[in-house]
Design a protein around this ligand. Structure first.
Ligand code: GTP
Length: 320
C-alpha cells in the first residue's frame, strides 16, 4: 500500500502534544474579593426556589465543586451558554460526562441571539423543576425566586437580559461586560416573568473558579474568566494556538495568511501584526550606527488573537 503524507501533515506530526505551563502559580490568578460571593450565596439560597448555574465552553472542568458541596440543596438547572461558540459535535459526550457527575437538567443557550429557542424553554423547565420538588417554608409563596450563579464572564447578566427580553419584552436590566467580574456583589432582584411572577437574584453568584490544575486555569483564562494580565496574554495566546491545533481547528491558517498550520506562536503573531498593521518602529543600535526598524507589536497581536477566539471567529470549540 502506498501511503502519501503531505508536507503539512509531516509538519503537524512534530507539533507539541503537551503544553509546557512552566512553574506558574495559579493561586494568584483569582482576585480574593470574588470568593466573598460564596458566603453570601449560602445565606441567600434558602430564599431561592431554583438555581441556574451558567457555564460556557468549559462545561465540565469549569464547574466549581464548591457548588455541589454548599448550594446543591435546591432544584438546579445547568445552563451551557455561548453555544454559538461551541463545537456541538461534542454535545453528546459532554452531556454523558455531566450526567455521570449527577447533573440532570441541562439547557444549551446562545443569549446574544434574539431568536434562541432554548432561552424560551428555560421558564417552563424551571417551573416544572420547582413544582416537582418540595419548597419547604416557601410552599405558600406563589412567586418564584431563582438564583443565577457561575464563574465570571460566562454570560450570567446576558442570560438575565435574554430572559427579560423573551418573557417580558423588556430591555437590559443587567450590565454586560467583557471583563471578568463586572457583576458586582450586590443583591438585586430582577423580574424575568409575569405569569407566574419570577424574580432572579442577580449578581451574588460569582463563584471563584476552582483551579485544580494549570491546564484548567489556562482554559478558564482562554475563555476570559480570569483577567488576562494576571496570566499573561503571551502565554494565553500560545495555549490558544496549542488548543486549536490539538482540536484540529485550522481556520486561523487562512485568516492570517499562514500557508499551513504551525505550532510556533511567534510566527502566528508576526502574521497577525503585519496583517492588522500592528507594528512598532523601534531604534536598534548596530555596528554602523543607530537605525530604526519595524517590529511586530506582539502584545497587540496576542490580544487580537485571543479576542478573535472569544468571539468565535477562529471556529467553534469546546475546550473540555
Ligand atoms: N458569543 C456569545 N457571547 C456571549 C453570550 N452570552 C454572553 N456573551 C458575552 O460574554 C461576555 C460576558 O457576558 P456577561 O453577561 O457580562 O457575563 P457575566 O457572567 O455576567 O460576567 P461577570 O460579571 O464577569 O460575572 C460579554 O462580552 C457578552 O456579550 C453568548 O451566548 N454567546
Amino acid at each position: 500500500m502506498i501511503c502519501t503524507v503531505t508536507k503539512s501533515e509531516l509538519n503537524r506530526s512534530t507539533f507539541r502534544t503537551v503544553f509546557d505551563f512552566g512553574d506558574r502559580e495559579v493561586a494568584h490568578w483569582f482576585p480574593g474579593h470574588m470568593a466573598k460571593g460564596l458566603k453570601q450565596m449560602r445565606a441567600t439560597v434558602k430564599n431561592v426556589d431554583c438555581i441556574l448555574e451558567v457555564h460556557d465552553n468549559i462545561p465540565v472542568s469549569g464547574r466549581n465543586p464548591l457548588f455541589q458541596e454548599s448550594l446543591d440543596v435546591r432544584p438546579h438547572l445547568l445552563v451551557l451558554n455561548k453555544m454559538d461558540l461551541a463545537d456541538l459535535s461534542a454535545k453528546n459526550r459532554i452531556l454523558k460526562q455531566l450526567q455521570r457527575d449527577g447533573v440532570k437538567n441541562i439547557l444549551f443557550t446562545d443569549c446574544l441571539s434574539q431568536r434562541d429557542e432554548n432561552v424560551k424553554k428555560l421558564v417552563p423547565m424551571v417551573i416544572d423543576l420547582i413544582q416537582s420538588n418540595p419548597r419547604f417554608h416557601r410552599e405558600e409563596d406563589t412567586n418564584f425566586c431563582l438564583m443565577v450563579i457561575g464563574v465570571p464572564n460566562v454570560g450570567k447578566s446576558s442570560l438575565i437580559n435574554a430572559l427579560r427580553r423573551t418573557n417580558l419584552k423588556k430591555g437590559r436590566a443587567s450590565k454586560v461586560g467583557g471583563e471578568p467580574g463586572i457583576t458586582k456583589a450586590v443583591l438585586t432582584r430582577i423580574q424575568v416573568c409575569e405569569r407566574p411572577i419570577i424574580h432572579l437574584l442577580d449578581t451574588p453568584g460569582v463563584l471563584p473558579p476552582k483551579i485544580p490544575s494549570l491546564e484548567t486555569g489556562m482554559k478558564l483564562a482562554l475563555c476570559g474568566t480570569i483577567l488576562d494580565h494576571l496570566v499573561g496574554e503571551d502565554v494565553i495566546a500560545d495555549y490558544l494556538l496549542f488548543s486549536l491545533n490539538r482540536l484540529e481547528k485550522y481556520s486561523y491558517v487562512e485568516r492570517y495568511g499562514l500557508g499551513e498550520p504551525t505550532d510556533d506562536i511567534q510566527q502566528v503573531l508576526k502574521h497577525i501584526a503585519v496583517k492588522l498593521g500592528k507594528t512598532q518602529r523601534v531604534k536598534a543600535i548596530t555596528g554602523v550606527g543607530n537605525i530604526t526598524i519595524t517590529v511586530p507589536n506582539y502584545p497587540a497581536a496576542a490580544y487580537d488573537f485571543i479576542r478573535a477566539f472569544r468571539k468565535g471567529e477562529l471556529g467553534q470549540v469546546i475546550l473540555d
